[in-house]
Design a binder for this molecule. Sequence first.
Ligand SMILES: C[S@@+](CC[C@H](N)C(=O)[O-])C[C@H]1O[C@@H](n2cnc3c(N)ncnc32)[C@H](O)[C@@H]1O
Length: 246
Amino acid sequence: MNKKTHFGFTEVDAKDKSAHVGEVFTSVAGSYDVMNDAMSMGMHRLWKKILVELAGVSDHDTILDIASGTGDIAKLIAKEYPNTEIYMSDINMDMLAEGRNRAINESFSSNTHFCQLSGETIPFADNTFNLITIGFGLRNFTDKEKGLKEMKRCLKEDGRLLILEFSKPINPLFSKVYDWYSFNILPKLGAILANDSESYKYLAESIRMHPGQEALQEMVVEAGFEKCKFYNLLNGIVAIHVAYGK
Ligand SMILES: C[S@@+](CC[C@H](N)C(=O)[O-])C[C@H]1O[C@@H](n2cnc3c(N)ncnc32)[C@H](O)[C@@H]1O
C-alpha cells in the first residue's frame, strides 16, 4: 500500500505531497511578499531579523538558506555580511525566480548563488556549510526527519542550524483567537489580496499539522544535532530553533 501523509488536513499519498505543495507556491509566488506582510501585520520581518541575530554570522561564512522563497533571510544576511557566500535555494522554480529577481533588483545578488533543490535531498557534500537557515519551509516537507538529517550532513561540525517556523501558542485563550483568525480571516485575506483562498486555507491547516516546539526539538536532536534550544515568539505562534553540528 502507498505510504500516506498529510497535505493540510487532507490525507494524500506521500509521493504526491511535494506536487501539491508545489501548486500552492506556484499559485502564490507573485503575491507572496504582500500577503506575508498583510497576514503577519509586518511581524515576519522582525522574526527574520531575530533569526539572523541568533545565527551569529561570521564574515566569511558559507551559508545555505533552504526554502528561501523570495529571499527575505538571504537578503538580511547578504546585506549585513557582504563577505559571506550565500546559497539561496528552493524546490519551487517560481518562488526561486521571484527571489532571484529581487536579489538583482535590490542589490544583494553579488554574494548570492541560486539553486533549485529540495531540502530533503541536498546536493552538496558533507561538511560544506557554516550555517544553514530555513524560514517557514520545514512544515511543507514530506519527510522532515530526512530533511533534518540532510541538513546535519551538510553542516560543518562547528556549524549552526536555525529553523524559523510556526509553532503552538502557549496560552489557551490566545490559541482560540489565533484559530479564529487563521480559519476565518486568513483565507479571506488570501481571496482579496492573492485571489486564492485555498492556498491560505492550506497554510492554516499545515501549521496545525506541524509538530509543536518541543516535538520539533526532539526531531532536531534525533537528527544528530547538539545544544538544541528554541525561542518562542508571539506566545509561541512562531518559534526559532537553534542547533549545532556538535
Ligand atoms: C512559506 S515559504 C517561505 C519562504 C521564505 N523562507 C520566507 O520565510 O519568507 C515556503 C517555501 O518552502 C519551499 N519548499 C517547500 N517544500 C520544500 C522542500 N522540500 N525543499 C525546499 N523548499 C521547499 C516552497 O517552495 C516555498 O518557497
